[in-house]
Design a protein around this ligand. Structure first.
Ligand SMILES: Nc1ncnc2c1ncn2[C@@H]1O[C@H](COP(=O)(O)OP(=O)(O)O)[C@@H](O)[C@H]1O
Ligand SMILES: [Mg+2]
Length: 377
């Protein structure tokens, strides 16, 4: 029987071992136990692509189900509120003999709806239905968790409607949770726009890279359990190559594992080099290409100027490479930090938020040309 590759380098896929998020899950479990009004029941997970937001939503959903809660798991596409309202109806109908933790998904309704705004009578209707459902769930000591991924993509009017209903439920001390995830800048914009002042009260968890020693231990366990031999020195190299960045943990694991299988089940030096090379190429072609492509030309030029450094970049030096003054340079910096592309690493220094970004940029045609057309930053 061929053993399956245990690593999961796919957006939203559950990793074989969750690295470094135990505290967050624990916090959420406590909020569930504390019930209505616990701050963690209104949470937003933010961070760059591939940092593990969708996986984290899955973790809190599982925690809710283990506590006997009902979970409605949604991605913020058009028709969000209508689908949640439908799921609430399904859940109410299924309640029958009382609640058991279950995930309400696959509600039979097309994925795209044009009527994103519910007519008022129906809105009132679903608000009352969800209130009834939560009252019953509360009597059984459980509740309802609504999770919404990619909230940056949501129609503003839908989000404000959802927020208004959840706010009402919380005010009534009903056991409801709302867990959301999105890109940091998009979430900042959303909250700043005043879509809902209520959502500004959400606990904000900005997800970061995990620690290298924890990655090493996760690799050790996963390789061992799947019958691939790897020595300590190679484990150190593998863990370091990921920078603790979750998507890269899966990519590196996947490709090195696959090369090791071809080499007879051992992570040899050749298998390691070949695997890392493949992982970096995939990283460039997926996450980095789309993150970079989504930026304006001026923001891209800031990143290209940073890539000339081998480590964290002095913001003063980057500004001078671009031929702009510090104040102007600071505006790029703020925007790129908000976009999750770079991070401040100390006074006057910034670095890439995602590993292998530097190598990726050095490989792009525009690298080193220092073409820069200062428009409005
Ligand atoms: N804590 C973690 N430990 C190990 N791998 C993880 C972890 N969180 C996410 N991953 C992996 O990283 C990749 C990206 O996760 P995902 O949740 O889709 O990120 P995001 O939603 O932030 O873009 C997936 O392959 C997933 O299996
Ligand atoms: Mg995601």
């Amino acid at each position: 029987m061929p053993v399956q590759n245990p690593f999961k380098p796919t957006a939203g896929a559950r990793p074989p071992l969750l690295v470094g998020r135990e505290n967050l899950r624990q916090d959420f479990a406590e909020s569930l136990e504390n019930g209505p009004g616990a701050p963690g029941l209104l949470s937003i997970f933010t961070g760059p692509r591939g940092i593990g937001k969708t996986v984290m939503l899955g973790e809190v959903e599982d925690e809710a189900i283990e506590h006997g809660w009902i979970v409605i798991s949604e991605t913020a596409t058009a028709g969000l509120v209508a689908r949640i309202a439908d799921a609430v109806r399904t859940a109410s109908e299924e309640m029958g003999d009382g609640p058991v933790g279950r995930r309400v998904t696959g509600v039979t309704i097309g994925p795209i709806r044009v009527d994103t705004q519910l007519p008022p009578p129906r809105e009132v209707h679903w608000r009352r239905r969800v209130t009834d459902l939560l009252t019953t769930l509360g009597e059984f000591g459980t509740g309802l968790l609504i999770s919404v991924d990619e909230i940056h993509a949501v129609d503003r009017s839908e989000l404000s409607e959802l927020a208004a209903v959840v706010q009402h439920l919380i005010r009534e001390s009903l056991p409801v949770g709302l867990a959301m995830a999105g890109l940091p800048k998009a979430v900042d914009d959303l909250l700043a726009e005043g879509v809902s002042t209520f959502l500004r009260r959400a606990e904000r968890y900005n997800l970061h890279a995990t620690s290298i020693p924890e990655v090493k231990e996760a690799f050790r366990e996963t390789f061992q359990d799947s019958g691939v031999v790897v020595d300590d020195e190679h484990l150190d190299m593998l863990a370091a190559a990921t920078g603790g960045y979750p998507f890269l943990i899966q990519l590196v694991g996947y490709h090195v594992w696959s090369q090791a299988r071809r080499a007879g089940g051992t992570v040899t030096a050749t298998a390691l080099t070949a695997g890392l090379e493949k992982a970096k190429r995939r990283m460039g072609a997926t996450v980095l290409q789309s993150a970079y492509g989504a930026l304006s030309a001026v923001d891209q030029s800031y990143l290209l100027a940073m890539a000339e450094d081998d480590g964290p970049s002095s913001t003063a030096k980057v500004a001078s490479r671009l031929g702009v003054d510090l104040v102007y340079g600071a505006q790029y910096r703020i925007r790129l930090i908000a976009a999750g592309a770079i991070e401040p690493t100390g006074h006057g220094y910034v670095d890439f938020a995602v590993p292998t970004f530097r190598e990726f940029l050095r490989g792009t045609p525009a690298y080193g040309l220092r073409v820069h057309s200062p428009g409005r930053p």
